[in-house]
Design a protein around this ligand. Structure first.
Ligand code: PLP
Length: 430
């Protein structure tokens, strides 16, 4: 026992505890954190040498696999050429090339790109664009519209519009004003539209922020594209700017480059991060239409968007993003997307009708369902499931009793089969 403690004390997991404070963690209730020392493709290696299949692409970022040689080589070359330069007053090739590559794949109405550092700042910028767009045009519009269970990040504007703010009690008095509607399920579309019409009549809504088709943090909840299209149409008719938060859904995961491609009405603003930089470096982009840009374009300096982060458009992060997009549109990765989608669809068929499987759903490579068991019997279901899969060398991150897989596109057939097998084992065990 003594020895084991010493071993743990010298391990990274043990040393971690002295100074590190982890995200979304109540440290008093949380077990020791696993130290990862290496990653390759879809595999993570811990400090004891054990391997885990990364079934959620490290929070939906590493879609082309960890340490992809193409991306690493490009960043290495860029690093020797230009590591960083201020983006206020200067520009550089990686940013210019990335802008051209992104505009080529974004919905056709997107014209201008604004850089920031992460998903929260991407939505924060989107919200500020919407509010200042109306301010610059002399419109009295200060309220944001959002979905009830949306998640848009952890900075103040992003927290305000997030419906999942059960842990944000300390800050609620400082939130911007937000009004909410439920997601359209297909069955409730008429009610949602009616509720939206009431809200439009009763408040000055500046913008609508939404995760198109899949709400990641709400446990991969999926909604109805036709219903979302109706909402977007109604917003557009009422000069409410539509902000698609594609931080999670972007870059191929839904089977198309962007979830917004499934919906005829296009957003005015799109927020991108996570897989934007292929899981290698942190960066975000908020894109918008020419019309929005024009509302800030003026002889009056104060009409500009005075938002800026020190590492804006870091050349290395831009290079990671550019290489990621080159991979995404390559035939090889497009074939991988189809292959993983097909394997997930086959697994979905297998799970269909299972008595413990509820709300089974798939979009693109994302597959999710609720494990319908008496949760009380297992204490904290999430922790039990997490441990169950990790013991089998599979990294999944269940949310409550929702189990979902969002694998890297490059996951091999065998690796994905192992994830599927471990889920079937879980269905027997619990
Ligand atoms: C993860 C996420 C964010 C926040 O991104 P961070 O990089 O964690 O700040 C915002 N919106 C959505 C939809 C996300 O999935």
């Amino acid at each position: 026992m003594q020895e084991e403690n010493n071993f743990r004390g010298n391990s990274l997991s043990g040393r971690d505890k002295a100074h590190l404070w982890h995200p979304l963690t109540q440290h008093k209730l949380s077990p020791d954190l696993l130290a990862i020392v290496k990653a390759k493709g879809a595999i993570l290696y811990d400090e004891g040498g054990k391997e885990y299949i990364d079934g959620i692409a490290s929070w939906y970022t590493s879609m082309y696999g960890h340490c992809h040689p193409y991306i690493i080589d490009k960043i290495t070359l860029q690093m020797q050429q230009l590591d960083h330069v201020i983006f206020s007053g200067f520009t550089h090739e990686p940013a210019v090339k990335l802008s051209e590559a992104l505009i080529r794949i974004l919905p056709g109405n997107q014209q201008k790109l604004f850089f920031s550092d992460n998903g929260s700042t991407a939505t924060e910028v989107g919200i500020k664009m919407a509010l200042q767009y109306h301010y610059n045009r002399g419109n009295d519009r200060k309220v944001m519209l959002a979905f009830e269970e949306g998640f848009h990040g952890d900075t103040f504007g992003a927290m305000s519009v997030s419906g999942l703010s059960v842990y944000n009690g300390a800050f609620e008095d400082h939130f911007i004003e937000v009004t909410r509607i439920p997601v359209p399920t297909g069955k409730n579309n008429e009610d949602v539209i009616k509720s939206l019409k009431d809200k439009i009549a009763g408040s000055n809504i500046a913008g609508f922020i939404y995760e198109p088709l899949v709400q990641g943090a709400a446990a991969m909840k999926m909604h109805d594209p036709a219903g979302l299209d109706e909402i977007l149409k109604l917003c557009k008719e009422n000069e409410i700017l539509c902000i698609a938060d594609e931080v999670m859904t972007g870059f191929g995961k839904t089977g198309k480059n962007f979830a917004s491609e499934y919906i005829p009405t296009k957003p005015d603003i799109i927020c991108l991060s996570k897989a934007l930089t292929a899981g290698v470096l942190p960066m975000a982009v908020t894109s918008c239409t020419q019309e929005i840009y024009d509302a800030f374009y003026s002889d009056d300096i104060s009409k500009g968007l005075f938002h800026g982060h020190t590492y804006t458009a870091n050349p290395l992060a831009c290079t990671a993003a550019l290489s990621g997009i080159e991979l995404l549109i390559s035939e090889e990765i497009q074939q991988d997307v189809q292959r993983v989608m097909n394997l997930q669809a086959t697994f979905l068929k297998k799970l269909k009708g299972h008595q413990k499987v509820k709300n089974l759903r798939q979009l693109g490579v994302i597959l999710a369902f609720e494990l319908d068991v008496h949760m009380e019997r297992y204490g904290n279901m999430r922790d039990r499931l997490f441990k169950f899969f990790m013991e089998r060398g599979v990294f999944l991150r269940p949310l409550g009793n929702t189990i979902y897989i969002l694998p890297p596109f490059v996951i091999t057939n065998d690796q994905l089969a192992k994830i599927h097998d471990s889920i079937e084992e879980a269905l027997q065990e619990f």
